[in-house]
Design a protein around this ligand. Sequence first.
Ligand code: ADP
Ligand code: MG
Length: 413
Amino acid sequence: MAIGVGVFFGGRSVEHEVSVISALQALHGFDKEKYDAFPVYVSKEGLMYVGDALGEIGEYRDIPALLKKSRRVIGVQEDGRLLLVRYPMKRFGCSVCRAADVAFPVGHGTNMEDGALQGYFRTLSVPFAGSGVAASAVGMDKHMTKAVLRDAGIPVLDCERVDVKTFFRDTESVLRHLEESVSFPMVVKPLNLGSSIGIAKVSKAEELREALETVFHYANAALAERAVPCLRELNCAVLGDPDSAAASECEEPLGAHLILDYSDKYLSGGKTGAKGMSAARRKFPADISPELREEVRSLALRAFHALGCRGVARVDFLMDGESGRLWVNEVNTIPGSLSFYLWEPTGLSFGELLGRLVDLALKRERENAAVAYSFETNILSGLAPGAFGPKNASPGGASFRESSRSGGSEVPK
Ligand SMILES: Nc1ncnc2c1ncn2[C@@H]1O[C@H](COP(=O)(O)OP(=O)(O)O)[C@@H](O)[C@H]1O
Ligand SMILES: [Mg+2]
């Protein structure tokens, strides 16, 4: 029987539309003999919908009309599967619209790629593809990513983190501090967004102020780092899990000096073409020496493992074209178009890549099943009646210890 795969996308993220493109590419890329893949659209309000029309890119020209043709659902776990249940439920008859053996997130940005959706699946106890909660959360926060990578000995650019409240409370001293510690020209970016949204390269104080104000339109924290001169960019994807992972071919995105904007990356396939990242201007394979290619691939693998990623992630590098110095810039735990195009020279088709991601999700589930999440005995069964009443409640849980002892249960440390 075909494996049910719920492809989750959209969501409360400024990269909502990008995710629609990536997700529909994936949806149509699954081998139909082996997988029953179906779309689960998360609206910008955080509501979930299923329905066939959600799988058609043209329908997204008019989202309110599309949602009228679709069915609002809630997720319920039963026997380890995720049931998408009509909401409000029917009074009579079955309300289950679709069932997923594996949830397959193809969302970008906040609430979809940052561990929130992954946490939802974990809480429900359903298998899901891609990185887990912690790797997703760290990968989405550019400051934390750098901290973890630096700790693993992987080169990253130094940066300053600026909090929105500090900035507006003490603008002049923040600007002065950045000028001294980072120095111009510098790049300012939101802490936790992607798709180049809100990013600017600035060369003087007034531009810096404006750039930070723009960032704070989208995020509560910003990152400032020095602008890499003679910039070249290199990207490399990694597929696998902590046991075993492999690096893809490398690409070089072009027009880097302009700071790629959203339309460059995602709309170059034309309004209806929706080719996503695969159509962005780039040199592929990257025109680099075999030694540099190996360095990039080996650093990408190390970054993947340092963050504890699973599934497919794309590791992006910045390089000073003159000195040849290389830094990991970011790790995308759900890369645009799932970076399928980076695997093609290795002989892995999009369909096979998707199959591997499902296999990895099921493997993690088997590993999780081996971990105990509860004690054989219910330690609360020995609680004395009324032990947790208002009279007994005391700071530090003393009444709990007392009553547990009197009930003969062991309190775990
Ligand atoms: N320190 C930097 N120096 C020069 N260019 C940079 C720097 N940081 C980012 N950029 C440019 O901005 C683009 C987007 O920045 P990035 O950190 O990758 O954010 P996003 O998550 O939005 O992709 C990069 O692809 C690169 O072209
Ligand atoms: Mg980037």
